[in-house]
Write a protein that binds this ligand. Structure first.
Ligand SMILES: C[C@@H]1O/C(=N\OC(=O)Nc2ccccc2)[C@@H](O)[C@H](O)[C@@H]1O
Length: 473
């Protein structure tokens, strides 16, 4: 009997150990992700299909354009208040000069419409704390500038009127608010940060109540310890905002779990409706996106989001922007291009040109961008595949035609290509030369291309018959 009970005891112990071990992998979290995998509602399906978006960074920092007394700040222009050469008093009184005489939200929205963007993310308040809407919770707002009028409202109304969905950028970190803290080290820090958290909740409430057309909030400035130590608060606040505004879309830069993890919780599950870490970088492979929704936000120059008088280094051509857009959509994400208007409300000529040229291309080729997704087909050197959601159409967005003029395609398993044609010449089928292993060549001219072009592949279920199978039939 003793041996029998010892055996039972040992067996029970091993069982318990194995259960607790597996529990290590999936910690029970109070404030981690509340959903595994993508959202499946209509609002998120619309977001997933945008393809191309616009970011706009505009505020007091635009007055400086990265320059002070003839010296240029070597960081991002919207961070110029943090420059050692910038006296905080100089920056914090500059709003008294903010009076964008040429600002015309309708012109902005029409330029965006012509460019073919489907959503815009607009800075309501950046790290400097200046509010482009007349917030009731601080005096540091547009209402107390010479301009006085509500800029957020004009942008929301004008873009919504053009059929472009509006998302509001909001920086949690607020250098102007005396209760902001980078970390919570003392009781005084915690008392101040409690006031700051209420201030943040109040400002977000007024943004959603005053601009109900808003589809989502794009959070930033949430990387400091003070916020990382407020995981429970961020969870409660996110749930509150989504109750206040059902369907609201919030990315992974907002929350922290109870261990201070951001973007993904202690179990590696994304906290937020999409991954917001792709800033000025694009995933290399589909594996890098871990099955999440995501967007990439990108500057035209190498860095810098607010207006910069001098663009240092390389800035992207329209074809580079189009390639990044195709690359993002081909991996299941959206591409969001940033514009940094001058303090007077006008755009740099380079930005106007890119909007125009990209728009001209989108006018002809947007079928390969809007409502498209990852195909799972083996990537080829000539460019990127996208697939129309819910249809048997695959698009080849061709950037690099080889000297042979032979574009190789290798459809996913169990998929056959019925016919291929240029998006701009649907009536003229291109010849498909069958190769082995289910691959084919599409032969096109090897010269004369000035911009990317799109080939449509109409597909159907089925698999290539092997030669012997063909011989049998
Ligand atoms: C869109 C940009 O967002 C920012 N910062 O982004 C990040 O911190 N990005 C980041 C940080 C760590 C990992 C991945 C992305 C801001 O500071 C900047 O002024 C601009 O508004």
């Amino acid at each position: 009997n003793n041996i029998k009970s010892l055996t039972h005891f040992l067996f029970a112990g091993c069982l318990l150990a194995s259960v607790s071990l597996s529990a290590q992998q999936t910690k029970v979290l109070q404030h981690g992700a509340h959903r595994v995998g993508k959202r499946t509602d209509a609002e998120m399906a619309t977001w997933r299909g945008y393809g191309l978006g616009q970011f706009i960074h505009w505020g007091v920092y635009s007055l400086f354009g990265g320059e002070l007394n003839g010296n240029y700040y070597n960081g991002a222009a919207e961070w110029i208040r943090s420059w050692k050469d910038m006296p905080h008093g100089v920056y914090d009184s500059a709003y008294k000069q903010f009076n964008p005489a040429s600002f015309n939200a309708t012109q902005w929205a029409k330029m965006a419409k012509q460019m073919g963007v489907r959503y815009v993310t607009f800075t309501t308040k950046h790290h400097d704390g200046f509010c482009l809407w007349p917030s009731k919770y601080t005096d540091y707002t547009i209402a107390n500038s010479p301009y006085k009028k509500d800029i957020v409202k004009q942008v929301v109304d004008a873009y919504s009127k053009e059929g472009i969905d509006v998302y509001l950028y909001f920086s949690v970190m607020d250098w102007h608010n005396p209760d902001w803290r980078y970390d919570l080290k003392t009781k005084e820090d915690s008392a101040a940060f409690e006031r700051f958290k209420l201030f943040t909740k109040n400002q977000l409430t007024e943004l959603l109540q005053q601009y109900p057309q808003t589809k989502g909030l794009w959070f930033d400035g949430t990387w400091d310890n003070s916020w990382k130590k407020s995981g429970a608060f961020t969870d409660t606040l996110e749930q509150y905002l989504k109750t206040l505004h059902p369907g609201l879309i919030i990315g992974s830069r907002f929350r922290a779990d109870e261990f201070g993890n951001r973007h993904v919780d202690a179990n590696g599950v994304l906290m937020g409706d999409y991954e917001q870490g792709w800033e000025r970088k694009i995933p290399k492979t589909y594996a890098d996106v871990h099955g999440n929704d995501w967007d990439c936000v990108m500057t035209i120059p190498e860095n810098g989001w607010g207006y910069q008088k001098k663009w240092l280094g390389h800035w992207k051509s329209t074809n580079e922007i189009l390639e990044m857009t195709a690359q993002c959509v081909s991996l299941g994400g959206n591409f969001v291009l940033n514009f940094g208007p001058r303090a007077d409300g006008t755009f740099r000529p380079e930005e106007v040109t890119i909007a125009k040229e990209a728009g001209d291309w989108m006018k002809i080729n947007s079928a390969a961008i809007y409502n498209c997704e990852y195909t799972g087909w083996e990537k080829q050197d000539w460019g990127y595949y996208t697939k129309k959601t819910g249809e048997n159409k695959v698009y080849m967005i061709v950037f690099n035609v080889p000297v042979s003029g032979s574009l190789k395609i290798k459809p996913a398993k169990n998929t056959l290509v019925d016919k291929a044609y240029l998006l701009t010449a649907p009536g003229k089928n291109l010849s498909l030369e069958k190769l082995d292993y289910g691959a084919s060549f599409i032969h096109v001219s090897s010269t004369g291309y000035k911009q990317p072009f799109v080939i449509v592949l109409e597909t159907k279920e089925g698999s290539e018959k092997s030669d012997e199978q063909k011989a049998k039939t």
